[in-house]
Design a binder for this molecule. Structure first.
Ligand SMILES: [Zn+2]
Ligand SMILES: [Zn+2]
Length: 253
């Protein structure tokens, strides 16, 4: 699996860190996990054509995770040559169809594809659900954030990638990351500045250790994290490799 971090930041405006987005290529399939603002630009910087995105999975509806959905659909409808015909699926936590209805009301036909099918799927908040896309298995796991949120576990060719989305330390996240070759975990602020619904480096490390993850990629950094040492407290909890995400970072598992 090929993983490229498109946004390692949050809602805080930053040249260095765009809001959340990650792209994963597994076999012939390319998916996006979240599309905060700036995702289209980071895709261009990574030389990934927007039409090469097959499907998008959303962890939750906060603007720092969803803002580029409309612009992505607009780009796919009006800027892609030849026209896209591959169907596209969008998944998100329960309420996703209602969320999309609001976008549709605001932006009208400009974001509704005319040359390919768009499927919108709500994923449950009361337990995991599996989505099989060819030989790639994607499993959603409810996690604990301020609003309904999901983490994702992606399996392909015997490898496992887990992505936390925004979350507190919780059992659902430990399950999602069980034995993951790479666990992409949010680390919003240093431990002494922790806010509800998010984790600091100690909790991220604890989650990775309890899950038995092999490598841990910390992301979703508010600027406070860049001014602090988040590696040391995380390494006290997690014995494996800890990596600090940067936009356009490329990892393979
Ligand atoms: Zn966020
Ligand atoms: Zn959030």
């Amino acid at each position: 699996m090929d993983i490229i971090v498109l946004g390692s930041g949050t809602g805080t405006p930053s040249v260095r860190r765009s809001p959340s987005s990650l792209t994963v290529k597994a076999g012939g399939l390319r998916v996006l996990i979240d599309s905060g603002s700036g995702t289209l630009r980071r895709l261009a910087e990574a030389n990934i054509p927007v039409q090469s995105i097959h499907h998008i999975f959303y962890t939750h509806f906060h603007p720092d995770h969803t803002a580029d959905l409309g612009p992505i659909l607009f780009a796919l409808k009006y800027t892609v040559i030849p026209e896209r015909t591959d169907p596209m699926g969008l998944w998100g936590p329960a309420g996703f169809n209602a969320f999309f209805d609001f976008l549709h009301k605001a932006w009208g036909h400009w974001i509704i594809p005319s040359t390919f099918d768009l499927a919108l799927e709500d994923l449950p908040l009361n337990g995991p659900q599996q989505v099989k896309l060819g030989d790639v298995l994607i499993e959603s796991h409810p996690v604990q954030h301020k609003d309904p949120s999901l983490g994702y576990r992606i399996e392909h060719g015997g490898k496992v990638l887990a992505v936390s989305g925004d979350s507190e330390y919780c059992k659902g996240l430990v399950e999602a990351a069980q034995g993951a070759d790479l666990f992409v975990c949010e680390c919003s602020r240093p431990d002494d500045m922790k806010t509800p619904g998010h984790m600091g480096p100690t909790e991220a490390g604890r989650t990775a250790r309890e899950a038995g993850a092999k490598r841990l990629l910390l992301t979703h950094f508010y600027p406070e994290c860049d001014a602090a040492d988040v590696l040391t407290p995380c390494r006290k909890e997690f014995p494996g490799e800890v990596i600090l995400a940067e936009d356009l970072m490329h990892l393979k598992i």
